[in-house]
Write a protein that binds this ligand. Structure first.
Ligand code: NAD
Ligand code: ZN
Ligand code: ZN
Length: 345
């Protein structure tokens, strides 16, 4: 089968012909219908040797939807032919986090070291993907695959980040979303659908602000010298209750800290490598809280799928055949993708 493989750190992935896996034990083989291309894929491809604990080569693709093609003899709960989305963080399966569907915070992440589908283990940028257990599969019924695939990271990570802020949000509050790309445009919709907060969007691209507007944001602004002022003005001067930063550079972290009101909360999702200094006394608002949400839980993925099926959230996608992955990667790198790029094998 065809697969897009990462074979060397810092090099573009290569199209390869690999053997189609056969499911054993409790495994499932999924015929891929669509796989999202995430900005994290760019971080992974561009990593310097030794930075990530993965062994090369492996097939990329951690946002995957498709149809179960075959099941191992011990696989339970689902049937061949079922359409599913993959829960991507594959934890040890034995710790209390994994037992409660929180593989994203598996206690043994040091040994399993960030392994997930397409992250050290063969992923979904291929015709088929082997899944270690049916517990990593969430049924999608007739949800289109290009909608379902991005839910497993862009949707789930955004949903989990918003869930962590929920105590700070609600009617009469405001939330800012920095970076309205694959994740951010879903965060805007999830904030609208689940919190009642006013949503303020920030990006460096006009077309991303147009996407924020279509996604239901109340206000959008480009990053400029007076962005903090513009955001504060939208809150009557008080500042915002929560910021979701999908960029994570020093510039965006400082912008976020600068627009929060006392007791405000910052969730850093973007892997931009920026730094924010914590000191007391210092410039951070009193009561400032910080979280570093990572991916999401299995029950949350089922909730995101339900939201999408209800029509409350919609992924804006650009489709590419798997053979055009280099073009999709290049467009994402240059900030030219609207919403999520989805690869179809
Ligand atoms: P994306 O490229 O689709 O979107 C990024 C958006 O940020 C774009 O619209 C871009 O124009 C905008 N942007 C870039 N620089 C900016 C700046 N200085 N100020 C404001 N906006 C800016 O990326 P994505 O796939 O949505 O991923 C976003 C980030 O989240 C990446 O760093 C990715 O690695 C990370 N991520 C983290 C997790 C997690 O679990 N924590 C999961 C998935 C992705
Ligand atoms: Zn991702
Ligand atoms: Zn575990």
């Amino acid at each position: 089968m065809r697969a897009l493989r990462l074979t060397a750190w810092g090099e573009p992935p290569t199209q390869a012909e690999v053997e189609r896996p056969a499911p054993r034990g409790g495994e499932a083989l999924v015929r891929v219908e669509a796989t999202g291309l995430c900005h994290s894929d760019l971080h992974v491809m561009g990593a310097v040797p030794g930075a990530l604990p993965y062994r090369l080569p492996f097939t990329l693709g951690h946002e995957v939807a498709g149809r179960i093609a075959a099941l191992g003899p011990d696989a339970e709960g689902l049937r061949t032919g079922d359409r599913v989305v993959l829960y991507g963080p594959w934890g040890c399966g034995a710790c209390d986090r994994c037992a409660t569907g929180r593989d994203n915070y598996c206690d043994r992440r040091d040994t399993l070291a960030w392994h997930g589908v397409g992250l050290g283990r063969d992923g979904g940028m291929a015709e088929y993907v082997l899944v270690p257990s049916t517990r990593h599969l969430v049924p999608i019924d007739d949800l289109p695959a290009d909608q379902a695939a991005p839910l497993s990271d862009a949707g789930l990570t955004s949903y989990h980040a918003v869930a962590g802020l929920r105590h700070a949000l609600g009617e009469g509050t405001s939330a800012a979303v920095i970076g309205v790309g694959g994740l951010g445009h879903l965060a805007v919709q999830i904030l609208r659908a689940t919190t009642g907060s006013r949503v303020l969007a920030v990006d460096v691209r006009e077309d991303a602000l147009a996407l924020a507007d279509r996604s239901g944001a109340d206000f959008g602004t480009l990053v400029r010298a007076d962005t903090a002022h513009a955001l504060r003005a939208r809150t009557g001067g008080a500042g915002v209750d929560a910021v979701l930063d999908f960029v994570g550079t020093t510039q965006t972290l400082e912008l976020a800290a600068g627009v929060l009101r006392p007791g405000g909360e910052l969730a850093v999702v973007g892997s931009g490598g920026g730094r924010l200094t914590v000191s007391k006394p210092g410039v951070l608002p009193p009561g400032f809280r910080l979280s570093l949400p990572f991916w999401g839980t299995r029950p949350e993925l089922a909730e995101v799928v339900a939201l999408a099926r209800s029509g409350a959230i919609h992924v804006e996608t650009e489709r590419f055949p798997l053979s055009a992955a280099p073009e999709a990667i290049d467009r994402l790198r240059r900030g030219r993708v609207r919403g999520r790029a989805v690869l179809v094998p």
